[in-house]
Design a protein around this ligand. Structure first.
Ligand code: PA5
Length: 349
């Protein structure tokens, strides 16, 4: 079995992505230790805007989803140029760009500066690092050398810290402790050394096989479903679909019939904290999809707190996308099309 042949796997994974993924818990601990130093006592914002794109927006999604049940301040994830009109001087902008060179994020910060909105920058440098220095913005300096999507632990924890420093506590310290314990415990069963007889990530990648994965979550785990989709796309270069219960019951569910459904594989991201009405929908969806689909898999979040549950699913998804890449003989690290697109964008008029 190729996935259990660590040497064969190393030949495809030329950039040692497996080491970065295996160190995810340590990376999260490192990220948690990165706090933001504020020049003066920070006012509590009436709105938080988390600006970022791609891998640097993934942590923002986790923060915003967890914040829904714990804070009375709206938290928006902003993927794009500028800022929403609702962001005024009483807002807080947290601008995340791992490289620091993402034009949309730079544009968001420039808009924040023009509107005199406080900004916290989270970056390893680039134009965002320079902008933060020039304007004396609060900045969390990240170590460089990773692919942005593989720096999630370094991006999400400083964002949580930045919000807490502004009086917006999205997750309790005990929840963060639990999340770290959960991902540490998961690691040994997900790394290449864990055989496919006991490795859930390998089993899922093999179950998906050549089919197109459709990853569905509930109100909490839908955020993880979206991250699975983007990891599958960037790491395995495999088109994936993400959807959320109950919304997918009102549209996407219609796709699961006829011969086309055989080319799809549904992955249901379950969570023991999900409401009974959501559990009922998952059961019905599973019943409906199973006879038509190429395959249906169900996976469960680990942990108790919302943050731990989400992070556990995201952690599993990272590994599923890794093994899906290996099965396609694809190095999970580089994203050549994305890089060339950025390059062309920066040089074209
Ligand atoms: O994972 C990736 O490489 C991309 O999705 C990037 O995160 C995205 O292009 C934005 O770049 P950055 O994270 O450096 O701001």
């Amino acid at each position: 079995m190729m996935l259990d042949d660590v040497q064969a796997l190393a030949r495809v994974d030329a950039h040692d992505t497996r080491r970065v993924l295996a160190e995810f818990a340590a990376q999260c601990r490192q990220g948690r230790a990165l706090s933001v130093t504020l020049a003066k006592r920070a006012a509590r914002p009436r709105l938080v805007v988390l600006a970022g794109m791609g891998g640097s927006a993934a942590g923002a999604d986790l923060v915003a989803t967890c914040g829904l049940s714990s804070v009375d301040v709206p938290i928006l994830v902003h993927r794009g140029y500028g800022l929403p009109a609702a962001a005024g001087r009483d807002a807080l902008v947290v601008a995340s760009s791992y490289s620091g060179d993402t034009v949309e994020v730079i544009s968001a910060v420039e808009t924040a500066l023009a509107r005199r909105i406080p900004v916290v920058a989270i970056t390893s440098g680039g134009a965002l690092g320079t902008l933060a220095k020039r304007h004396g913005l609060a900045c969390v300096a990240l170590p460089s050398g990773l692919m942005p999507r593989m720096a999630l632990g370094l991006l999400v924890f400083p964002a949580l810290n930045a919000l807490a420093a502004h009086g917006v506590a999205v997750a309790a310290e005990a929840d963060l402790d639990e999340a770290l314990a959960v991902v540490s415990a998961q690691a040994a069963d997900l790394t290449p050394e864990a055989g496919s007889d006991r490795n859930e990530a390998k089993q899922l990648a093999l179950a998906i096989g050549p089919r197109l994965p459709a990853v569905y979550g509930g109100p909490l785990t839908g955020t993880a479903a979206y991250r699975w989709k983007t990891d599958l796309e960037e790491n395995a270069k495999l088109l994936a679909v993400a959807g959320t219960m109950p919304e997918m019951n009102h549209n996407e569910i219609e796709v699961w019939q006829g011969p086309a459904a055989r080319t799809l594989h549904a992955v249901l991201l379950r969570d023991r904290g999900e409401e009974p009405e959501i559990a009922r929908r998952f059961a019905l969806v599973r019943e409906l999809l199973t006879p038509a689909a190429g395959g249906v898999s169900e996976v469960w979040a680990h942990g108790t707190s919302r943050f731990a549950r989400l992070l556990s699913l995201v952690h599993l998804g990272q590994w599923v996308s890794y093994y899906a890449a290996i099965l396609r003989d694809t190095d999970p690290w580089p994203v050549p099309v994305l890089m060339s697109f950025k390059q062309r964008l920066s040089t074209s008029p």
